[in-house]
Design a protein around this ligand. Structure first.
Ligand code: SF4
Ligand code: MSK
Length: 645
C-alpha cells in the first residue's frame, strides 16, 4: 500500500493527509499512528466486562455468555459490571460540562459584581431568562439582574432537595411528568454526581435496572446543568450567535501572520485571547507580520466561530497536525479534548503550548492562569508570548496546506426563528412545521460529537449527513461533527447539490427571503454544550405542534464519537424520547440486559428506554445504513402523527 493510500485511509481532509506525510518525514508521532498501535483492542474492555473497582481484581468476566468465568471475585455479574461501568462513563461525560457551566456561572457572577473584566452583551437573553425564572426585570439594572440569575443557577449546585431550576426552565412539561414518575428528576448537579459515584463504588449498588435509571438521571444532569446552563449563561455574557460566514481547513493558518490556535471549550479564555489579539495587532506589524491571526480547534473554535466568525483550522483527531504546519506561535488550551500528545509535538517546533485553567495542567505545557478576575492579564500575557515566538519560527519547517472552504454558522434558535420570520412574521415556526407536515422536510437529524482516529476522519460524519440530505432530512450540527461538515462544503449553500429536491427548495425559499442564495443544507448550531440549542428547537417545535418531543420525527447521530461526553449528551436525548445513533459502539455488549434496555433489540429483558422514554440507542458503524435506520424510525413517527408519508 502506498503512503498516499494509507493517509487517504486515515482522513478525508486533504490538508491533514499532507501534514501526516510531513509528520512521517519529520518522525513525529500522531494520534492516527498511535491508534493503529493499539490494535487489536481488548475484547473485555470493548464489551464493558472488565472491572477495576477494587483491589481483589481487576476481574474480567465472560463477554459472550458462555466461555469464561461468569462472576468477579465479589460475585458481580456481567450485567452488574457493565451497568456500573456505563454509569461511570456517563458521569465522566457529564462532569466536564457541569464544571464548564460552573465556571461560566462564576464568571457571570463576578462580572455582575464588577470583579471580572467581561461585559454583559446578551441583554435580551438575560431579560428573557430573568422573566422565565420569575424575576422582576422591568427597570432593573442589567448587573443586578445578572447577579440574581447567577445566584439562582448557583442553587443548582447547592440545594439538597427540589428539582434543578434549569430543568424546570427548559424542559417540556410532558417530559418532566415522565421523569417524575420514574423518580429521576435531579436537584443539584454536584450532589447527583457524588451519588452516582457512590452507587458505582465497590459493594454499593448492584441492581442493573436501578443503575440504568441512574444513567438516565445523569443524562438529565448533563442536559440541564451541563448543556443548557452553559449555553444560556454564555449567551448572556457573550451574546446570542447570529449568522456568520467563515473559512474552514488548515489553510486558515496564515504564513505571514502571528498565528495563535485556541483549543478546548471555555469561551471565557478564547474570547479574551481574541480581544487581546486585536488590541496588540500593531505589535505584530512591528515584527514584520501582517497581524495576529486567531484560528480555532474543537469547541473553542465553535464558540468563537458562532459569535465572532473566527475561522476553524481543524477538529479533534487532527489537533496535533495544526502544530505540524510549523506556523503556530502558540496553542492555547483550556479544558476537554486536549490530547496530552500535543506537548510532544510542540517540542519539535517553536510553538508554545499554554494551559490556562487553574485545575487543568498539561505535562510539558507552560501555564498562564485564567481566573475571571485575572482574565485580562492572561489574555495580554499569552498574546505577548506568541508575538515573542514569531521571530523564532523556522521557515524551513513551515508547510501550510493551501485550500480553505467557505461556511456559514451562527444558527442559534433565535437566529433560525428570525430567518423563518421573513416567511411568516406572526408565526415564524409555522413554515417549518408545514414543510415537515407536507414531507418537504422528512424530519430533522442532529449530527453531533467528535472525530475518532478509529474511524476515517470526517468520513462517517459527512456520509451520514449526505444520505440524510438526499432523503430530504434537514441536518443540524454541533461540535467536531459540524467541523467535518464544514470542511466538506456542507455548511455552505454550495452543499445544496447533496439535497433532495424538496429539501433544497425549502432551504432556497428561506435563504432567498433573507437575501441569501439559500440556507446551507446543514445548520451549524454551535459547540458541544450548544446541543442545548437543538433541544430548545425540539421543545419549541413540539410545543407549537401541540405534541410531546418524543413524538417528533427527529433523531440524533454521532457517527465518529470518541468522548464519553458524546454518550452523556446522547443519554440526555434518549431521555427526551429521541433515538440516538452512534458509530463507535459503547462498551455495553457484554451485558444482554444493558444492551437490550438501551437498544430495544428484543430479548428476554422487557423494559427498554424506548418504552419508558420513547428513544433508544442505535449502534451502526456503516453510515448509509445508520442514516436509513434513522429514516425508518422517522417514518414511523411521521405515521403515528398522521403526517404525509
Ligand atoms: Fe472484581 Fe468485584 Fe472488585 Fe470488580 S468490585 S474488581 S468484580 S471483586
Ligand atoms: S470538542 S467532545 S471531540 S465534539 Fe467538543 Fe469535539 Fe467531541 Fe471534543
Amino acid at each position: 500500500m502506498s503512503r498516499q493510500v494509507l493517509m487517504t485511509d486515515l482522513t478525508m481532509d486533504t490538508g491533514v493527509q499532507e501534514l501526516l506525510v510531513k509528520a512521517e518525514q519529520e518522525t513525529i508521532e500522531t494520534a492516527f499512528q498511535r491508534a493503529k498501535e493499539q490494535e487489536p483492542h481488548c475484547k473485555f474492555g470493548l464489551t464493558g466486562v472488565c472491572c477495576r473497582r477494587c483491589l481483589q481484581g481487576p476481574c474480567r468476566v465472560t463477554f459472550n455468555g458462555n466461555k469464561g468465568v461468569k462472576r468477579g471475585v465479589c460475585g458481580a455479574t456481567a450485567d452488574q459490571i457493565v451497568a456500573r461501568n456505563l454509569l461511570s462513563l456517563i458521569v465522566e461525560g457529564t462532569t466536564p460540562h457541569v464544571e464548564h457551566a460552573r465556571e461560566i456561572l462564576h464568571t457571570l457572577l463576578e462580572t455582575a459584581e464588577g470583579k471580572a473584566p467581561y461585559e454583559i452583551k446578551g441583554k435580551e437573553k438575560l431579560i428573557a431568562i430573568g422573566k422565565q425564572l420569575g424575576l422582576m426585570v422591568d427597570g432593573v439594572e442589567l448587573d443586578k439582574l445578572a447577579r440574581e440569575v447567577a445566584l439562582i443557577a448557583l442553587q443548582d449546585f447547592q440545594q439538597q432537595s427540589g428539582v434543578s431550576h434549569w430543568l424546570r426552565l427548559r424542559a417540556q412539561e410532558q417530559s418532566v411528568e415522565t421523569w417524575e414518575k420514574l423518580n429521576i428528576l435531579p436537584s443539584n448537579a454536584h450532589l447527583e454526581i457524588a451519588n452516582a459515584i457512590n452507587k458505582t463504588a465497590m459493594g454499593c449498588e448492584s441492581d442493573p435496572v436501578s443503575l440504568l435509571l441512574a444513567i438516565m438521571k445523569m443524562g438529565l444532569v448533563e442536559g440541564y446543568d451541563g448543556l443548557h446552563l452553559s449555553t444560556d449563561l454564555q449567551d448572556i455574557l457573550f451574546g446570542t450567535p447570529r449568522l456568520v460566514k467563515t473559512q474552514y481547513r488548515m489553510g486558515v493558518i496564515k504564513e505571514d501572520y502571528v498565528n495563535i490556535a485556541v483549543h478546548g471549550h471555555i469561551p471565557m479564555v478564547s474570547e479574551k485571547i481574541l480581544e487581546w489579539s486585536r488590541k496588540l495587532n500593531n505589535k505584530a506589524q512591528a515584527l514584520g507580520a501582517q497581524g495576529i491571526n486567531i484560528v480555532g480547534i474543537c469547541c473553542s473554535a465553535n464558540e468563537l466561530l458562532m459569535r465572532q466568525g473566527v475561522a476553524v483550522a481543524t477538529n479533534y483527531a487532527s489537533q496535533e497536525l495544526a502544530i505540524i504546519t510549523g506556523a503556530l506561535e502558540a496553542m492555547v488550551v483550556d479544558a476537554q479534548c486536549i490530547m496530552p500528545g500535543l506537548a510532544q509535538v510542540a517540542e519539535c517546533y517553536h510553538t508554545e503550548l499554554i494551559s490556562t485553567l487553574p485545575n487543568i495542567k498539561i505535562e510539558g505545557a507552560s501555564h498562564v492562569d485564567w481566573t475571571p478576575e485575572a482574565a485580562d492579564q492572561m489574555g495580554e500575557e499569552i498574546v505577548r508570548r506568541a508575538l515573542a515566538h514569531y521571530p523564532e519560527r523556522d521557515q524551513s519547517k513551515v508547510r501550510i496546506p493551501g485550500d480553505t472552504v467557505e461556511a456559514y454558522a451562527g444558527f442559534s434558535v433565535e437566529q433560525i426563528v428570525e430567518l423563518l420570520a421573513a416567511l411568516n412574521g406572526p408565526d415564524p415556526l409555522l413554515p417549518l412545521i408545514e414543510a415537515i407536515a407536507q414531507g418537504d422536510i422528512l424530519g430533522v437529524v442532529a449530527i453531533v460529537g467528535c472525530t475518532n482516529p478509529k474511524v476515517k476522519q470526517d468520513w462517517a460524519n459527512t456520509e451520514v449527513a449526505k444520505e440524510l440530505m438526499r432523503n430530504n432530512v434537514l441536518v443540524v450540527a454541533t461540535g467536531c461533527s459540524a467541523h467535518s461538515l464544514g470542511k466538506n462544503g456542507l455548511l455552505s449553500p454550495a452543499g445544496l447539490q447533496y439535497c433532495g429536491e424538496k429539501l433544497a427548495s425549502v432551504l432556497t425559499a428561506i435563504g432567498q427571503a433573507n437575501g441569501l442564495p439559500a440556507l446551507p443544507p446543514a445548520l451549524h448550531m454551535g459547540s458541544c454544550v450548544d446541543n442545548s440549542r437543538i433541544d430548545d428547537l425540539l421543545v419549541a417545535l413540539a410545543t407549537r405542534m401541540g405534541v410531546a418531543v418524543r413524538e417528533l420525527p427527529v433523531a440524533g447521530s454521532s457517527p465518529e464519537n470518541h468522548s464519553p461526553k458524546a454518550l452523556s449528551i446522547g443519554t440526555f436525548f434518549i431521555a427526551q424520547g429521541v433515538d440516538v445513533h452512534i458509530g463507535v459502539n459503547a462498551p455495553i455488549t457484554g451485558s444482554p440486559l444493558v444492551e437490550q434496555a438501551l437498544t430495544a433489540n428484543k430479548g428476554e429483558f422487557s423494559v427498554t428506554t424506548d418504552e419508558l422514554f420513547g428513544g433508544k440507542l442505535i449502534y451502526e458503524a456503516d453510515p448509509i445504513q445508520a442514516a436509513q435506520t434513522m429514516i425508518v424510525r422517522i417514518m414511523q413517527k411521521r405515521q403515528a402523527l398522521g403526517l404525509v408519508c
